[in-house]
Design a protein around this ligand. Structure first.
Ligand SMILES: [Fe+2]
Ligand SMILES: [Fe+2]
Ligand SMILES: [Fe+2]
Length: 437
């Protein structure tokens, strides 16, 4: 079994980006909480509940981390607002579709193999006569000695899936405020829903976790995220992604963003490959170029907040629709900026609709403050949009693309030197389109 690389705090790491998985996944978890009703707190609250149950079960540090990661992205398989809508009903008709979809998506990131397995099971019911699950040994000292072992058995993964099932349905049952006064009715509601098909240890752990008032207060407070991280208690270990893992997760989220609309099926990958080539041509180092790949894969992360009716509209957007569209880079910035070590990535990714004449959106950054990384993503984004085949038109020919790029330079939208580099090396960029399936 492969799980995230684990290092003792204080190790000297050579990674150019050092980010704890908890912060990275918290940010991505928020991105998954956009629905037709706006920004919900479903993943974040379900993660808090799951972690509290795990804590009362006395799970090992390793299982707690897998539980946290899996809960943070448990509904990743429901991509569009339409896919997400049925998940907010307590009684679901076909819950397993998004479990399978999420499993296949997460399997593409090698470091997420265990998390994929948990997500596959996150709507399973427990049956006392057919299944029981062994937990990996609870050990307060596990994290203080060896790193997470690759040979630990996977028998606990479906069990962790059951915890998420309970946390997920519990969260859906939380309606209105204040939550504290609904305590008994919600617990009763959950017992009726599971009707005995819930592992007795998991049920007891929930009842224990739900005793103190702060459990209910945390769930509706602005301090939810820090309460979750405090309950997670990472011991003296810090979990970091290495460069390949980060790129793998960025690719995964690029794929999610692109799947929101059939118009943009390869957009994030195309922008990323084009931005990477531009950075190389501009003389960037390999490590900076890889950082650029990650930023450009995530440049439209905030599009997870945009309704498909706008993303899928074949014609021109109305003024109101365009205003809503403009929020996507605002969210890209704030989702990425809160991740430690991601300050550059957030700017390069989120400023791709800023203009060198200072009249872009959403921050209206003056050109003098627009760094080369942001300018690269802006050029790559426009180039990719022009060369991509769309369901309603084929990709544009070279002459047309060159003239639009030159016009965009003259109007003060994008960087003249970078467009010059792209035009001088046009065949490199044309090839990128052919290499992406
Ligand atoms: Fe789910
Ligand atoms: Fe859910
Ligand atoms: Fe964009």
């Amino acid at each position: 079994m492969q799980f995230l690389h684990q290092h003792k705090r204080g190790d000297i790491m050579s990674h150019f980006i050092s980010t704890e998985i908890t912060h990275f996944l918290s940010a991505l978890s928020t991105a998954l909480d956009f629905t037709a009703e706006g920004l919900t707190r479903h993943h974040r609250r379900a993660t808090y509940i799951a972690v509290q149950i795990g804590k009362h079960l006395g799970l090992s540090d390793r299982d707690m981390l897998i539980l946290f990661c899996a809960a943070s992205v448990h509904d990743i398989g429901a991509i569009t607002f339409q896919d997400k809508q049925p998940l907010s009903q307590l009684e679901m008709v076909t819950p397993h579709l998004h479990c399978t979809e999420g499993y296949h998506l997460l399997k593409t990131v090698p470091a997420f193999a265990s998390i994929a397995e948990v997500i596959l099971h996150h709507h399973d019911f427990w049956q006392s006569d057919t299944a029981d699950y062994a937990l990996t040994p609870t050990s307060a000292s596990a994290s203080a000695s060896a790193p997470a072992s690759a040979s630990l058995p996977d028998t606990s993964l479906p069990f962790l899936g059951h915890i998420i099932h309970l946390a997920d349905r519990f969260e859906v049952a939380l309606v209105g405020k204040p939550l504290l006064i609904q305590r008994n009715s919600i617990l009763e509601h959950i017992d009726n829903y599971f009707h005995g098909a819930l592992h007795p240890d998991i049920r007891s752990a929930l009842y224990e976790a739900a005793k103190p008032e702060n459990f209910w207060l945390d769930l509706s407070s602005i301090f939810l995220e820090e309460a979750t991280l405090a309950a997670l208690k990472q011991g003296n270990t810090v979990i970091q992604f290495d460069n390949e893992d980060l790129r793998g997760v960025a690719r995964l989220f690029g794929e999610l963003i692109d799947r929101k609309s059939r118009f943009t099926l390869r957009h994030s990958r195309l922008v990323s490959a084009s931005a990477k080539r531009l950075a190389e041509l501009a003389g960037w180092t390999p490590s900076q170029t890889m950082k650029m790949e990650i930023a450009s894969l995530l440049h439209d992360l905030g599009k997870l907040s945009i309704p498909e009716s706008i993303l899928e509209k074949p014609g021109a957007l109305t003024r109101d629709e365009y205003s809503i569209m403009k929020q996507h880079t605002y969210y890209t910035y704030h989702l990425l900026h809160k991740i430690p070590g991601f300050a550059d990535i957030a700017e390069w990714a989120a400023y791709h609709h800023e203009r060198v004449d200072g009249s872009g959106y959403p921050f209206r950054i003056p050109g003098a403050k627009l760094c080369q990384g942001s300018r690269i993503v802006a050029v790559a984004d426009i180039f990719s949009a022009l060369i991509e085949d769309r369901p309603y038109r084929p990709g544009m020919p070279k002459d047309r693309i060159c003239s639009i790029l030159r016009d965009s330079v003259h109007s003060g939208a994008i960087d003249a030197d970078l467009v010059g580099l792209l035009l001088e090396n046009y065949s490199d960029f044309y090839e990128i389109k052919n290499t992406l399936s």
